[in-house]
Design a binder for this molecule. Structure first.
Ligand code: SF4
Length: 928
């Protein structure tokens, strides 16, 4: 590693602002001085990340107290970083121990600085070094591991050679080696997780760079962390650390739990106290403190009373800091080379980085530049919900409930008043009475006024909506109504929404101001005192933040909705619960955010899923991630066709459907290898600036499934079925399902797109099917995973389900031998966001049907279809009960997107005969 050539004479001591600025930014110095002060002036060890001018531009405090803590710091430091620690004495001469540590760090390419406590003087022991050049990984060697006779092929029980897996591994490896972007659709059974894990791990080890893998579902996270990664650790010979990182609220806060143990009446958990007691017992045995490891699902209010929260944490001043579940997980994440997260956490991190323009320090995730997004077909939806706004009377009341309970006249405000009154918070005499008045009189009154204003606002809107409704009051009712720009001048918006919500915001102001005033008066106790005194104040701060955030969301809802869709949702349920209104806002388009903050900021991006394409084309995904326009990405120019050729599913149709003239043949941006300007291949570029225009490979690849769908699946479409829009559809569907499910001997998923239809069909069919020995399960009766488990365990059972079961559910083997897709999964008409996106596309002169409605439905349809065959030995039938798939032009897009083209279009009676033959031919079938 070469030492950098200094541009100016080297000075080991920096004492003037100018000299310091050349080594550490003023913002970092301020941050470090604050952390040191927070540590009572004791020693703190920081890791500093350098910008290309080798100025420290981000710091993270990593060890406190003494030099013995330094070894714990080593795994976090990368070559090119600098370790900074303070000398509380203010004398900057390095001690023997400092020199020993600096030598150790220097040997790893890490520089060492000493500063004084207020960061106004600095001494260099070892200068920050030039970061190393990145080393490519040997893709060919890794691919050999997965070939017959290869390292993993030899060691993994039941290993199967899959050429598609090798092809995917090579594409991912090249994306790492060339700072590239790769979109890879890998059919079910490709073994895609292994295909991306191997190059990701090899890259992380070779270059000491973190790789983030983001998944959409918990199932996949579990598969990676509990199965695939341990398998590689045991069999690959690669030494690495990988960890699952969850959102902060998933971890228990030991300090909050201890306070509640000592003060059981603090948060008025009341009748749910038994759950709290179980959690307290669990703390003694849990190693992770993670909600998922708790053996029962707690009431949200109970969990919230003990969960870790960013604004309710003492950090380094916490007596549990060293054993804190959240910080332990975070330290593990900082060390790990491979970090598994979910899409939501990825979006939370992206939002903070985009807002703060900080790409080199920890936000929600540690800094990273290599990203793999699995289940990427869902990323845009998660991004939309993350960046959207939702607020209701119920959610506001939930945020406020801890502060004051109007019915019982207790809560945090009264608790604090009692403590101040008893002298536990020794406030100045002139503040004492004022605080008691605020806490005991003004705030409870204002709390009540705010809740009343919100109740009036939602009640008034509910009344207005009910006036035009004819659904009887004892029946459930759900209304979604979009508010367009032109509606803002009308009386409905002005009188039923805008004015009442402004009254809510007005009522919130004095309440929030008084809460802040109380917080300010008690601030010294938060900053200096024991956790005993700090805990109620942190709780106050956290509750205040939540109420402020909810009011902030209402203000956003009332503001300009430029580029967004605004709507309200009204829900009335029978059973005496108060009807509620939710005020919603969602971005129309996430393309720019995803493009700027993921594609352009990360040096490697791999997006993969079994369903990324529609009709063998990536256009829909490219539009979602903002990559469809070469100019926007600064492409140097399109080159060769590539994407679609590799894997169009083949097969003979039993009866050809009508010809499809769709796709007037626009060139798909996915079908070319593009050149996108990359981030530079060494770390010497300014990470916060967009990269210079240099060639960066962009690859889109479709890999066919290795399963033999022609042999494993029978696909039928009943052509004499009424169309779903026909009033006779329900009757026809029920009539067809009865014999179908008997022929399949249960063992079926019946997937709907509406709960209402599901409920009616279930009610008519279940009694008869149950009587014949086929247990019928219905979505909504128990949790999703329990329902899936029950289905798996009871061969012959039938699951009636809707949208969430169209994807992410994995039932291999005989338990699932029949799949009924009751209709094409178009979004329900009237969905405000879809409606707004349709208009937006029209404005942009794009056909919304082919650019949005069809692609959304095709991806869902393909996901649904994919539930059936999970292994090479699975076998079963898929019945598509929506004849439009054959009779409408667009139906061809659905069919062409399937992994088999061997589809039987026939009358119901013929299909049932064919189905009987199919199951009779099933290998190993008993003729029972
Ligand atoms: S460090 Fe923060 S999250 Fe952890 S136990 Fe302490 S207060 Fe709770």
């Amino acid at each position: 590693m070469a030492l950098a050539t200094p541009k100016e004479p080297f000075r080991a001591i920096a004492t003037t602002p100018g000299e310091l600025d050349r080594l550490i930014t003023a913002a970092c110095r301020e941050q470090m001085a604050a952390v040191i002060a927070g540590n009572g002036g004791g020693e703190v060890f920081f890791i500093g990340r350098l910008n290309p001018a080798r100025v420290v531009e981000a710091v993270e405090p990593l060890a406190f107290g003494n030099r013995g803590a330094v070894p714990a710091l080593l795994p976090y430091a990368r070559p090119g970083d600098v370790c900074i620690h303070n000398h509380p004495s203010g004398r900057l001469e390095p001690s023997e121990a400092d020199i020993a540590v600096a030598s150790e760090l220097g040997g790893r390419g890490v520089g060492s600085y000493i500063i004084n406590n207020d960061c106004t003087a600095l001494r260099i022991i070892v200068r920050a070094l030039e970061p190393p050049t990145l080393q490519p990984i040997s893709v060919g060697k890794l691919a050999n591991w997965l070939k017959p006779g290869g390292r993993l092929a030899e060691r993994l029980a039941g290993f199967e050679y899959r050429p598609q897996q090798i092809e995917m591994l090579q594409a991912v490896g090249e994306a790492f080696n060339s700072d590239g972007i790769a979109l890879i659709e890998a059919g079910t059974g490709t073994g895609k997780s292994m295909a991306y894990l191997l190059p990701a791990i090899a890259w992380a080890i070779r270059n000491n760079e973190k790789v983030v893998i983001a998944t959409g579902t918990i199932n996949l996270q579990e598969q990676l962390i509990e199965k695939d990664i341990p398998l590689l650790l045991q069999n690959s010979g690669l030494q690495f650390e990988a960890t699952l990182m969850k959102g902060r609220n998933n971890y228990l806060c030991r300090r909050k739990a201890q306070y509640l143990r000592e003060h059981p009446d603090f948060l008025q958990i009341g009748e749910k106290a038994a759950q709290l007691a179980e959690i307290q017992a669990w703390i003694r045995t849990t190693r992770t403190g993670s909600l998922e490891d708790l053996p029962f699902t707690p009431d949200p209010e109970v969990w919230e009373s003990v969960m870790s929260e960013a604004d309710n944490c003492l950090r380094t001043r916490c007596p549990f800091y060293d054993t804190c579940f959240f910080y332990t997980a975070r330290r593990r994440a900082a060390r790990a080379q491979v970090l598994v997260v979910n899409h939501h956490l990825l979006m939370a991190d992206m939002a903070i980085r985009a807002e703060t323009e900080n790409y080199s320090a920890t936000a929600v995730l540690p800094p990273y530049q290599r990203l793999i997004v699995d289940e990427a077909h869902n990323l845009e939806e998660v991004a939309t919900s993350y960046f959207g706004v939702r607020v209701s009377r119920g959610s506001l009341a939930y945020c406020m409930r801890r502060l004051f309970n109007t019915r019982r006249n207790d809560g945090l405000l009264i608790w604090l008043a009692g403590r101040i009154h008893n002298g536990e918070y020794p406030v100045a005499p002139q503040q004492h009475d004022e605080l008691l008045l605020k806490l005991g009189r003004d705030l409870p009154l204002q709390h009540h006024e705010l809740l009343t204003a919100m109740e009036e606002a939602t009640g008034r809107l509910a009344e207005a909506l009910e006036r035009t409704e004819r659904t009887p009051l004892h029946q459930p009712l759900e209304i979604k109504r979009r508010i367009k720009t032109e509606d803002l001048a009308g009386p409905f918006w002005r009188e039923e929404i805008d004015a009442p919500l402004r009254a809510v915001v007005t009522a919130a102001r004095p309440y929030l101001e008084n809460l802040r005033a109380v917080g300010r008066a008690l601030l010294p106790f938060l900053e200096e005192a024991s956790p005993e005194l700090a805990t109620p104040l942190l709780e106050l701060q956290s509750s205040l933040n939540k109420v402020e955030a909810a009011i902030g969301r209402l203000i956003k809802f009332l503001g300009s909705a430029e580029g967004q869709c605004r709507w309200i949702e009204y829900r009335r349920r029978p059973g005496g619960r108060l009807p509620d209104v939710t005020y919603c806002l969602a971005p129309l388009n996430m393309a720019a955010e995803l493009r700027e903050n993921l594609l352009r900021r990360c040096r490697t991006v791999v997006m993969t899923s079994a369903t990324l394409t529609v009709d063998q084309r990536f256009d829909y995904l490219l539009r979602q991630i903002g990559a469809e326009d070469p100019l926007q990405l600064g492409l140097i120019g399109p080159t060769a066709a590539e994407a679609s050729a590799s894997a169009a599913p083949g097969g003979e149709e039993l009866e050809p459907p009508p010809a499809e003239p769709f796709a007037e043949n626009a060139t798909s941006a996915a079908e070319i290898i593009e050149l996108i300007p990359p981030l530079p291949s060494d770390a010497s570029a300014e990470p916060d600036e967009l990269p210079p225009p240099r060639a960066r490979p962009f690859r889109a690849l479709i890999l066919a499934t290795p399963f033999d769908y022609e042999r494993q699946v029978y696909v039928g479409v009943p052509m004499d079925m009424a169309e779903p829009t026909d009033p006779r559809f329900e009757e026809a569907l029920t009539g067809f399902l009865g014999p179908t499910l008997e022929i399949s001997r249960g063992r079926a998923f019946v997937l709907f797109t509406s709960y209402a239809l599901l409920g009616r069909v279930f009610d008519r069919l279940a009694p008869g099917l149950e009587a014949r020995g086929y247990p019928c399960l219905r979505q909504g009766t128990i949790g999703r995973s329990m329902l899936t488990e029950a289905f798996r365990n009871e061969i012959g059972s039938i699951l009636f389900a809707t949208s969430s079961f169209w994807e992410g559910v994995d039932v291999a083997g005989e338990a699932l031998s029949c799949l009924v897709l009751t209709r094409l999964p178009f979004k329900v008409p009237g969905d405000p966001l879809t409606e707004a996106r349709i208009e937006d596309l029209r404005r942009r002169r794009l056909d919304p049907f082919y650019h949005l409605v069809i692609p959304q439905a095709v991806i869902k349809f393909r996901q649904g279809f994919g539930r059936l065959i999970r292994t090479k030995t699975d076998r079963g039938a898929v019945l598509i009960c929506d004849p439009r798939v054959a009779t409408r032009r667009y139906g061809q897009i659905f069919l062409r997107s399937l992994p088999t083209q061997r589809i039987h279009f026939a009358r119901q009676s013929e299909l049932l005969d064919a189905l009987r033959t199919f199951y009779d031919d099933q290998p190993g079938r008993d003729d029972d």
